[in-house]
Design a protein around this ligand. Structure first.
Ligand SMILES: Nc1ncnc2c1ncn2[C@@H]1O[C@H](COP(=O)(O)OP(=O)(O)OP(=O)(O)O)[C@@H](O)[C@H]1O
Ligand SMILES: [Mg+2]
Length: 588
C-alpha cells in the first residue's frame, strides 16, 4: 500500500508528498481517523487529494494511504429501504444518526440467501448466483459482478448471511479463485456495462398529467426540472418518486437544506406504494448529502446514486433516479475546483462542468443487461438557477443532455398554480415516439390532442398580450373563445395538486379520458361559436364548473363518470343552439 505525507491543507483539499506510486482517482485514507479521499491530481512527487470528510484537526505530517483502487461503493441487496450518506454509508439502522469519520459502508443485517447455481456451472458476468431476501422487503437477485466470469467452484447452502460474506467461489479463466458475496464493490465513476442500449418506445408513467400527456420522458430517458426558489421542485420530485411506475426509486438529496431533506426522510417511511400496497420504502433507496455535510462528498454523491441505480437496472428492473438538486452538486464542484486553484470558467464553474454533467446524464438508459434482461435508469434532475435565470451555466449545459425539460415558472408558482411547469418553456423531444404506446393504452388520439393543446396554449399567450392592450371585451368573439378554452385546459388538466387524495396521481386511462373530453368541449364550443353563439353564453354553461374540477372529483376507478359528464356537456351545448338543431333536423 502506497504512503504519502501531508504538506498542505485547505478545507477538503490537501497536498501530500509521495513515498510510493499513486494512481489518478485512487481512493485513499487520510490520518488516524482514516478519512476517505481520492487522488485528483499528481505532479512530480506531489499528489492532490480531495477529502470527502471533515478535515478539521488534520495537520501537516499526517499520513495518506492508498487503497490501490478507485473510489468504490458496495452495492447489494441490503440497499433497498435504507438511507445513506453521499458515500453510501448507512444513516439509518445505525445507533447514531451520523456517520462516524472514516466509516466504511457495511451492513450487519442478515439476509436469507437462496443459491441458484451449482458447482461446475459456467458463470458469466452479470449472471444470477442466487436470491436474497431481507426480513422486510421483497426478494432480490444476486448477480455476478460485471468483471467476473469462470466456473463455479463452490456455493454455500441456503441460509442467513451478511451481504459481505462469501456465498460463492468462482475459478476464473486464469485459474485464480474469486470469492463472491451477495454485494460487490464497484467504482462509482465507471458506468456499469450493459449488453446494448435499446431505444425506448414507452414513457416513464409519472402520474402527472402535464408530464405524461404533454412532455413525457422516456423510460430510460433524462429530464431536467429547472425552477427558481420555492417553485415546487422538491414537491414535484417527491410526487414523481411516489407515483411513477418505476420498480425502484433512488432519491438523492444533494446539498439541500437539512429540514427539506428531513421532510423526505420523515414522510417516505410512512407511505404505501399505490401499485402494490406495500411500504414505499421497500422499493426506495435514499441518499442524503445535506448542506451541512462535507462539500466534497456532495460531488461524489451523484455518482454513488447513479451507480446504485445501475445496479438495480442490471437485475432487469426499471429504476427512476431523482436528484435534488444538481445545482448544489455543481456548486460543490466549483468550490472544490477553487481550492485546487483551477482557473474558473463561466459563472465561476470549472471548465469541465459540462463534461461532468454529460457523464452523469449519459448513464441514463434503457438497456439489455449482461444477464439478458431489460432494465432502465431514468434520470430526473432538479436545477436551482440563481434568481431563476435559465441562461446560467448549469441549466444551459444540462439542456444539451436531457430530452425532456420541465421548466417551473415563478409566476405560476406565485399564483399557486401547481405543478408550475410552464407549457411554453418546456419540451419533450421524444414525445412522438410514444404515440403507439398511447394507442395501445386506448388513446389513439393522443398525439393529435397533444398537438392541439400545445397550439391552444401558444395562442393563449399571444392573445393575452393583446388582451392586456385592448381589453378582453374588445377582442373578436373567436379569440375570446380561444382564451376560454385555454383557461379551461389549464384549470381542468394542467393543474394537479400534489396533496389531493384523488388527484396526486393520474392514471394514463384517466388522462386519456380527460384529454378527449376537453377536445370534445373545444369542438362543441367552436361549432357553437360558428353558429353565432356569443362567448359569454358558453362561459356561463353549468357544465364548466364540473369540467374544471373533474381532476379532483373523478377518481381513477370512476372512469364511466367522464361519459356522464360528456353527455351533460353535449346536452347543454345543444340547448345553446336549438335553432341550429332544428335547421339540421329539417335539412337532414
Ligand atoms: N404540486 C404541488 N401541489 C401543491 N402544492 C405545491 C406543489 N408544488 C409546490 N407546492 C407548494 O410550494 C411550496 C414550495 O415547494 P418546494 O419546496 O417543492 O419548492 P422548491 O422549488 O423545492 O424550493 P427550493 O428552491 O427552496 O428548494 C410547497 O411547500 C407547497 O406548498
Ligand atoms: Mg427544494
Amino acid at each position: 500500500m502506497s504512503r504519502a505525507v501531508v504538506t498542505w491543507i485547505a478545507g477538503p483539499v490537501l497536498h501530500a508528498t509521495k513515498q510510493g506510486p499513486f494512481a489518478l482517482r485512487e481512493s485513499v485514507r487520510v490520518g488516524p481517523q482514516s478519512l476517505l479521499g481520492e487522488v485528483v491530481r499528481i505532479h512530480g512527487e506531489q499528489i492532490v487529494v480531495q477529502v470527502y470528510e471533515d478535515t478539521t484537526g488534520l495537520r501537516p505530517g499526517t499520513e495518506v494511504h492508498g487503497d490501490g483502487q478507485p473510489l468504490a461503493i458496495r452495492v447489494g441487496p441490503g440497499l433497498l429501504g435504507h438511507i445513506f450518506d453521499g458515500l453510501l454509508r448507512p444513516l439509518s439502522g445505525t445507533d447514531s444518526a451520523w456517520v462516524q469519520p472514516g466509516m466504511r459502508s457495511a451492513s450487519s443485517e442478515l439476509l436469507h440467501f437462496q443459491p441458484r447455481i451449482q458447482p461446475g456451472a459456467l458463470l458469466a458476468p452479470g449472471a444470477v448466483i442466487g436470491q436474497a431476501q431481507a426480513a422486510a422487503g421483497r426478494a432480490q437477485l444476486c448477480l455476478a459482478p460485471p468483471d467476473v466470469s469462470g466456473i463455479v467452484d463452490s456455493v454455500v447452502a441456503p441460509g442467513d448471511y451478511t451481504d459481505t460474506a462469501t456465498v460463492c467461489v468462482v475459478r476464473q479463466g486464469d485459474g485464480r479463485l474469486r470469492e463472491l458475496a451477495m454485494s460487490h464493490a464497484w467504482p462509482v465513476r465507471t458506468p456499469r456495462p450493459v449488453l446494448r442500449r435499446v431505444p425506448s418506445t414507452a414513457p416513464l408513467v409519472t402520474g402527472q398529467r402535464i408530464i405524461d400527456s404533454l412532455f413525457p420522458v422516456a423510460q430510460g430517458g433524462k429530464a431536467a426540472i429547472p425552477g427558481g426558489f420555492g417553485t415546487g421542485k422538491t414537491v414535484l420530485l417527491e410526487s414523481l418518486a411516489k407515483g411513477c411506475n418505476a420498480d425502484v426509486i433512488v432519491y438523492l438529496g444533494c446539498g439541500e437544506r437539512g429540514n427539506e431533506m428531513a421532510g423526505v426522510l420523515d414522510e417516505f417511511p410512512t407511505l404505501t406504494d399505490p401499485r402494490t400496497g406495500r411500504p414505499l420504502m421497500e422499493r426506495t433507496v435514499i441518499i442524503a448529502n445535506t448542506s451541512n455535510m462535507p462539500v466534497a462528498a456532495r460531488e461524489a454523491s451523484i455518482y454513488c446514486a447513479i451507480t446504485v441505480a445501475e445496479y438495480f437496472r442490471d437485475q432487469g428492473l426499471h429504476v427512476a433516479l431523482m436528484a435534488d438538486s444538481t445545482s448544489r452538486w455543481a456548486e460543490a464542484l466549483r468550490e472544490v475546483s477553487g481550492r485546487f486553484g483551477e482557473l474558473p470558467g463561466e459563472g465561476g464553474y470549472p471548465a469541465y462542468l459540462s463534461g461532468r454533467l454529460a457523464d452523469f446524464y449519459e448513464r441514463a438508459a434503457l438497456a439489455e443487461t449482461l444477464g439478458g434482461g431489460t432494465g432502465s435508469v431514468t434520470v430526473m434532475g432538479a436545477i436551482s438557477p440563481p434568481s431563476g435565470d435559465f441562461s446560467e451555466p448549469v441549466t444551459s449545459h444540462t439542456k444539451r443532455y436531457v430530452r425532456a425539460f420541465w421548466a417551473l415558472d415563478v409566476k405560476r408558482a406565485q399564483a399557486r398554480f401547481y405543478p408550475a411547469i410552464h407549457p411554453l418553456q418546456s419540451y419533450a423531444e421524444d414525445a412522438r415516439e410514444f404515440a403507439p404506446w398511447w394507442t395501445a393504452q386506448g388513446n389513439g388520439q393522443w398525439l393529435a390532442l397533444r398537438q392541439r393543446f400545445l397550439t391552444l396554449l401558444d395562442e393563449q399567450a399571444q392573445l393575452e398580450r393583446m388582451a392586456r392592450i385592448i381589453g378582453k371585451d374588445a377582442m373578436p368573439a373567436r379569440q375570446q373563445l380561444t382564451l376560454l378554452c385555454a383557461d379551461l385546459l389549464n384549470e381542468a388538466f394542467l393543474r394537479q395538486s400534489a396533496f389531493s387524495e384523488i388527484d396526486r396521481v393520474c392514471s394514463p386511462a384517466r388522462q386519456g379520458a380527460m384529454m378527449r373530453l376537453l377536445g370534445r368541449f373545444i369542438d362543441l364550443a367552436q361549432a357553437a361559436q360558428a353558429a353565432g353563439v356569443e362567448p359569454e353564453r358558453i362561459s356561463a354553461l353549468a357544465c364548466l364548473r364540473p369540467l374544471q374540477r373533474m381532476g379532483e372529483e373523478i377518481a381513477d376507478h370512476e372512469l364511466p363518470r367522464f361519459a356522464e359528464l360528456q353527455a351533460r356537456m353535449e346536452r347543454e351545448f345543444a340547448q345553446l343552439t336549438p335553432n341550429q338543431e332544428a335547421r339540421d333536423a329539417t335539412h337532414g
